[in-house]
Design a protein around this ligand. Structure first.
Ligand SMILES: [Zn+2]
Length: 407
């Protein structure tokens, strides 16, 4: 019996390590600390994974575990509700334009997906580009390593469409296979962030998305557009650079998710200035504006945080240069923004999962959930930078990374 157990454990480790674990192959993981993604903490626990799911999560035993991560902290795989996975630096090291072949684009996308997964993000919502549909499908086939991808495909940018045409756009995008709808209701903040879609156009988009059973993310800076989005029942407002207390209250009251960016988006542009400069609105005025905006977004975030009932997502808007650094947003919120570490972690796990409508599959660690988990070196509750020391990544019961130091 003993030898059979050892053989099973070794075989399990081998199959998991090669990504070939078959359904119902049981894997046990011993954890020093578990953060369950919903605010719970458990010390010295064992997670049993069968197939793609967590079968049990219980107290530690003396049984040998397939993996012993008793010196690490295990938490749900991180989720970013706003990335641009198709956005990358090209052959010349600068923001890639339209001069790449489809093959080059696909491979850059695969690289970005791999980088995201290795950094502990097991689910990302990319909003978006049409070719993200192909990337999502490729990863879902199970051979290409990457996070679960949800995508909006092509976003709505044309403010000249009538409300009826906007509804058609939403229906077509949903029919084409998009997981979510993305609309631009204001200009870029580098261009002042003024409202571009009328309140009626915003309503048409959000109402139709709801009818199609899709979430909808609204790019909005101007307070007026944020108000219209909350009143129209849109799922989430992203950015919200120009909001005041009144809009934060309104979003909280209406249950609108709010997705501000404080710690990575603008910093990444500035750190990589030569790679963006001279393209579109990435000019001197744009960069000066972005530099001045960092303390302003921080102040806005601190204001929003005071609204305890406001559901604040962790969505970085990360594109070229930012892939794999997404946890910087969480770290900044805690270290600079003053958000409690547990709140920031819950946002990046169970709250984000709920915003994606996937709270019964991902974002928390419990029996029946998908086995999406990471192990980090350190305790993120006392040292949030531990989120950048990702030693182990498992998605859907498959182990994609294990660089945990041996005992
Ligand atoms: Zn974006």
């Amino acid at each position: 019996m003993l030898s059979r157990t050892i053989v099973a454990a070794v075989l399990g480790a081998f199959l998991a390590a090669t990504g070939a674990a078959t359904a119902q192959q049981s894997i046990t993981i011993r954890a020093g600390t578990i953060l369950n993604g919903k605010g719970g903490v458990q010390r010295n626990a064992v997670i049993t994974v069968e197939g793609s799911k967590i079968a049990r999560l219980g107290a530690n035993t003396t049984q040998p575990a397939t993996y012993d991560f008793s010196r690490l902290t295990i938490l749900p795989g991180l989720i970013d509700t706003h990335v641009h996975i198709a956005n990358h630096f090209g052959k010349d090291g600068r923001l890639a334009g339209t001069d790449e072949s489809p093959g080059e684009q696909a491979l850059y996308d695969a690289e970005s997906a791999y980088t995201l997964l290795m950094s502990g993000f097991t689910t990302v919502q990319s909003i978006g580009a049409q070719r993200e549909l192909a990337l999502r499908n490729a990863i879902a086939r199970g051979q290409l390593p990457g996070p679960r991808v949800l995508t909006s495909s092509t976003p709505l940018t044309d403010a000249n469409l009538t409300p009826d045409q906007i509804r058609q756009f939403v229906r077509k995008t949903a029919a084409d296979g998009a997981d979510v709808i993305k609309i631009f209701a204001t200009k870029s903040i580098r261009e002042g962030g003024g409202q571009t879609l009328s309140d009626e156009q915003i309503f048409a988009a959000c109402d139709e998305a709801k009818k199609q059973g899709k979430g909808i993310w609204v790019h909005a800076h101007a307070a007026s557009a944020v108000r219209a989005s909350a009143l129209a029942g849109c799922t989430a407002v992203t950015h919200g650079f120009l909001i005041t207390d009144a809009e934060a209250s309104l979003m909280a009251m209406r249950g609108t998710y709010f997705e501000p960016q404080t710690g990575l988006l603008l910093q990444n542009y500035i750190e990589n200035k030569p790679r963006f400069f001279g393209i579109g609105n990435y000019n001197e005025t744009g960069f000066k504006f972005m530099e001045e905006s960092i303390p302003k977004t921080l102040a806005m975030f601190k204001m929003a945080m005071k609204h305890r009932d406001l559901k604040m997502l962790m969505g970085t808007d990360g594109g070229a240069g930012a892939h794999g650094q997404n946890a910087r947003e969480i770290i900044y919120r805690v270290q600079v923004g003053g958000q409690p570490a547990m709140d920031a972690i819950v946002a990046a796990t169970s709250l984000n999962a709920a915003a994606l409508g996937m709270q019964n599959q991902i974002g928390s660690l419990a029996a029946g959930m998908e086995a999406d988990l990471i192990a980090v070196d350190g305790d993120p509750l006392t040292d949030i930078t531990a989120l950048r020391r990702v030693m182990v990544v498992m998605k859907g019961g498959r182990l994609y990374k294990n660089v945990a130091p041996s005992r």
